[in-house]
Design a protein. Structure first.
Length: 227
């Protein structure tokens, strides 16, 4: 990390600003909490978060412990969430920014607080253990679910190499540098979120986050140069 004091995250809606050193400290703290609870390689963790600083921290924490992050749209119908969490993803844990009641889903939930350090977490009351996993899930770093428009929704697994190749290719294609500003605005469940989230950060730039902006507003365009 060559730019620890430089701005990394500007979450407009939650009014959270993080430097690179603060971002690293935040996701390392959450990663330690997850590891203490038995989360690691081969485990799938559902993210029920809108675009936010919390989403960035949670995603980086899961990558640090080697688990697979599986973002879902928390506004989806209860039946779809239940099917995806239990039947498709087989999640070991859910991370969310606010309480959500999903009927007939007995999966532990961790609530990420809305504060500048993101350091307070609802304790997981029992160890989740380290189960035996097949090689495919052990190598998985991200899981996206299809819409199900042609049948039942399916899981698409991204390996570490697949994720890294896509992010580095996007960074090179856009010629990203530390002076650049990116906008994280898409629903996390869309399989484009990795191109909004990672390339700007690995370039040392500033990631502007707006959880309610699924289209680029004139005010945001005036505020910064969006790539």
């Amino acid at each position: 990390m060559s730019r620890p004091a430089c701005s990394a995250i500007d979450d407009i809606e939650d009014c959270i600003k993080l430097t690179y050193s603060e971002l690293v400290a935040s996701f390392a703290r959450l990663a330690g909490h997850l590891e203490d609870s038995g989360i690691g390689a081969g485990d799938a963790v559902v993210l029920l978060l809108l675009p936010s600083a919390r989403l960035v921290v949670a995603t980086l924490a899961l990558l640090k412990v080697g688990a697979a992050w599986a973002p879902l749209d928390r506004k989806s119908p209860n039946t779809r969430l239940r099917y995806l969490i239990v039947g498709v993803i087989d999640a070991k844990l859910m991370l969310t920014g606010s309480e959500i009641d999903i009927v007939d889903v007995n999966v532990p939930m961790c609530l990420l607080q809305r504060d500048s350090t993101l350091g307070q977490h609802v304790p997981i009351t029992r160890s989740l253990g380290n189960g035996t996993h097949d090689n495919i899930l052990t190598e998985t770093r991200a899981i996206f679910c299809t819409s199900g428009s042609t049948g039942r929704p399916k899981a698409v697994a991204y390996s570490h190499n697949t994720l890294l190749h896509g992010v580095l290719s996007f960074k090179q294609m856009c010629s990203l540098q530390a002076i650049d500003v990116g906008l994280l605005k898409s629903l996390p469940s869309w399989a484009v979120i990795e191109y909004e989230l990672f390339p700007v950060l690995i370039s040392g730039g500033l990631l502007v986050v707006h959880g309610q902006c699924h289209g680029i507003s004139k005010s945001l365009l005036r505020w910064s140069r969006i790539i």
